[in-house]
Design a protein around this ligand. Structure first.
Ligand SMILES: O=C(O)CCC(=O)C(=O)O
Ligand SMILES: [Fe+2]
Length: 315
């Protein structure tokens, strides 16, 4: 049954056994919509990732980051922010790698063979199983969000046009006198992002009124966050929150986050449903190809922009 509580200002939605016939379905759809409009995120509990898979995914992260930098740097992608990130003097604690098309056998196998030419079955299997399990949560959230807006008829084609990027993210503990800023403030360019961390916290989210809140989440929970594409689709109703990662100086543990980002493929435009536009609600954003938003963000203009959607596709 779905249940929600307001904890550290964020809703917790329990997806375990939640389905369209559950008595709480409709109210949970509304809670998800409200959470995404008010805070741009909520906490999800789900049994889709077993405790074995949970353990396996962080072992996989350990193994991946232990590879030589030269190997990790081979993780390249024409799409901006999809490949290896690391060795950046301004962000010394952080490293990340991305598996594109991570819910497909081919996507995960290509990445695994690039990192381990002789193969690594446990890494490949855990990455694929984890991506598939978290993508199920993503699809459920889309379905519920679309339903809450009365536009569920668009959910299926949206889901069919979605591709997934799995990113392994590492933040080492800062040394004395080193910066605690582990990942600078930004909004995600995805449609949705689903974050899953080891027990080390550090994520902070900016609320609509400008305050930063630390996100403490229960072990094995997920943070579901709206990206700029979801904000654009909703005609500016959903918040895609600023967020950043700060590591504690007193802690000495490495933080891992395994994050699933969803994107629409090039055949499907990100566009505001006509149902969201009327005399009182003018259309705010022109339709766009999702990857073009990332390409814009990858330019000086895009990176400097204080309002990326307005500058990229504002009407
Ligand atoms: O590690 C986290 O909690 C957040 C990572 C993040 O914001 C990102 O990769 O876009
Ligand atoms: Fe992010």
């Amino acid at each position: 049954m779905g249940s929600q509580t307001l904890m550290s200002k964020l809703f917790i939605v329990d997806f375990t056994e939640l389905n369209p016939t559950a008595a709480s379905w409709t109210s949970t759809c509304q809670d998800i919509r409200q959470s995404l409009e008010n805070h741009g995120c909520f906490i999800a509990l789900s049994d889709k990732v077993s405790s074995e898979l949970d353990k396996a995914i962080f072992c996989a992260a350990d193994e991946l980051f232990d590879l030589p930098v030269g190997t990790k740097m081979q993780n390249m992608n024409d799409k901006p922010y999809h490949g290896y990130v690391g060795q950046i003097p301004f962000v010394p604690l952080h490293e990340g790698l991305g598996i594109d098309y991570s819910t497909t056998e081919e996507g995960v196998t290509n990445f695994t063979t690039l990192m381990w030419p002789k193969g690594n079955d446990s890494f490949r299997e855990s990455s694929l199983a984890f991506s598939k399990a978290v993508a199920e949560i993503d699809r459920m959230v889309i379905r519920m969000l679309f339903e809450s807006y009365g536009v569920e008829k668009y959910a299926e084609s949206h889901v069919e046009s979605t591709t997934y990027l799995l990113r392994y993210l590492k933040y080492r503990a800062p040394e004395v006198n080193e910066t605690t800023m582990a990942f600078p403030s930004h909004t995600d360019k995805s449609f949705l992002t689903i974050l899953h961390q080891n027990q080390v916290s550090g994520l902070e989210i900016q609320t609509r009124d400008g305050n930063w809140i630390s996100v403490e989440f229960p072990p094995s929970a997920f943070v579901v966050m709206a990206g700029d594409a979801c904000k654009a689709w909703s005609n500016n109703q959903v918040l895609s929150p600023n967020h950043k990662v700060t590591m504690s100086l007193s802690g000495n543990k490495t933080r891992y986050n395994v994050a699933l980002f969803s994107f629409l493929n090039d055949m499907k435009l990100v566009e505001v449903p006509e149902e969201f536009v009327d005399e009182e609600h003018a259309l705010q954003f022109k339709p766009f190809v999702h990857v073009d938003l990332l390409k814009f963000y990858d330019t000086d203009h895009g990176r400097r922009s204080q309002n990326i959607l307005k500058d990229f596709c504002g009407v």
